[in-house]
Design a protein around this ligand. Structure first.
Ligand SMILES: Nc1ncnc2c1ncn2[C@@H]1O[C@H](COP(=O)(O)OP(=O)(O)OP(=O)(O)O)[C@@H](O)[C@H]1O
Ligand SMILES: [Mg+2]
Length: 326
């Protein structure tokens, strides 16, 4: 097959005053090594593969290349539609692509909407409210401790060491800080004290579950960006067969209700009584070829896939779903 690989690289960020290239606003974007590994693996497997930069010329370049399939890794740059922009373009060009479409990308990107859907279908998630203007705080009918985070970000952007709040005064302070950082709606939710898990799904296979152990009680942005942070991961997570099964079922259902396909990674927590809660779902898991940083890759390795085999499998499940001949 002829496969176009699309990804927004950190080195190509557009210059904007509010977010200089080194700003953590861009932490979600990809490294060139990921694209090199993906293109190389696909070629090794007998496909034609080429990286196409998702810039303003993307439509013309895709029309010229005429791919049979697109490997979409694009996080986008601007706007709440940013993860859905390339899927929308590919739909318009009638080009099939790996992973979630416009709706799945948008619902997962908006943690508030994703949580509303989880509530609606009876999937477990902590109680929450949305603040759209920090100076007009709604009345809060939630018990402390609470957790404050942007409603639309990844890589723990806008989650610092004060995200966990014990009282109203600190809550108001933290809401102001998050707003100053992201100028976008803020989610306030019950803090789930307990163990944290990240679950990757490839096709309909739930890969070995990772437990994330953080001495501070949660996983902040500075910890994600610090290679020497004390956070560590255990895979497969040491949990009972029953809990594992429960987590797997919840994860597969969450993937289905958000209309995600082929691959995704989601974060869950288990409270002290063993209750399971979905924190959020990522339709674009990091595929950096470093299992220390990329949980999806770590879980794939633990399941017995090499990096290349993991990629072939992603292409295979997408091709099957889309009815494409390999
Ligand atoms: N309700 C909560 N209770 C306890 N901890 C939480 C809660 N919400 C978030 N956290 C902590 O904050 C971290 C980041 O939150 P979340 O996963 O929602 O953000 P993210 O920026 O989208 O992350 P990712 O890098 O996975 O895209 C979680 O991994 C968890 O440690
Ligand atoms: Mg997360």
């Amino acid at each position: 097959m002829k496969i176009a690989v699309l990804a927004n690289l950190k080195k190509d960020v557009p210059f904007v005053k509010e977010h200089p290239p080194e700003d953590d606003y861009w932490d979600d974007l990809d490294e060139p090594i990921t694209v090199r590994f993906v293109v190389h693996a696909l070629r090794k497997h007998g496909h034609q593969a080429k990286y196409i930069a998702p810039n303003l010329n993307v439509i013309r370049r895709l029309l010229n290349y005429k791919p049979d399939l697109c490997f979409n890794l694009c996080e986008g740059h601007f706007g709440v539609s940013r993860e859905a922009q390339i899927p929308a373009v590919l739909d318009m060009l009638r080009l099939p692509y790996i992973g979630a479409g416009v709706l799945g990308m948008s619902l997962s990107h908006n943690k508030y909407m994703a949580k509303k859907i989880f509530h609606w279908v009876g999937l477990p998630t902590s109680d929450f409210i949305l603040v759209t203007k920090p100076d007009e705080m709604p009345s809060i009918d939630l018990e402390y401790p609470l957790f404050v985070k942007p409603a639309h970000e990844g890589t723990s952007i806008g989650i610092n060491e004060n995200a966990l709040v014990q009282d109203k005064q600190n809550l108001l302070k933290q809401v102001q800080w998050v707003w100053s950082k992201v100028k976008a709606p803020i989610l306030i939710e019950n803090y789930i004290e307990g163990r944290e898990f990240t679950i990757s799904i490839l096709g309909n296979e739930v890969l070995p579950i990772i437990e994330i152990v953080s001495p501070t009680g949660y996983y902040s942005n500075s910890q994600k960006e610090d290679e020497n942070s004390e956070v560590y991961r255990v895979c497969p997570a040491q949990i009972s067969k029953e809990k594992k099964q429960e987590l797997q079922i919840v994860a597969l259902e969450a993937m289905e209700v958000l209309e995600l396909y082929d691959l995704c990674r989601m974060d869950l927590r288990m409270d002290i009584q063993g209750g399971v809660y979905i924190l959020e779902v990522n339709p674009l898991p990091l595929l950096l070829p470093d299992p220390e940083q990329a949980s999806f890759v770590y879980s794939s390795y633990t399941a017995g896939y090499s990096y290349d085999a993991m990629l072939y499998r992603i292409v295979e499940v997408a091709a099957e779903r889309l009815g494409l001949k390999m």
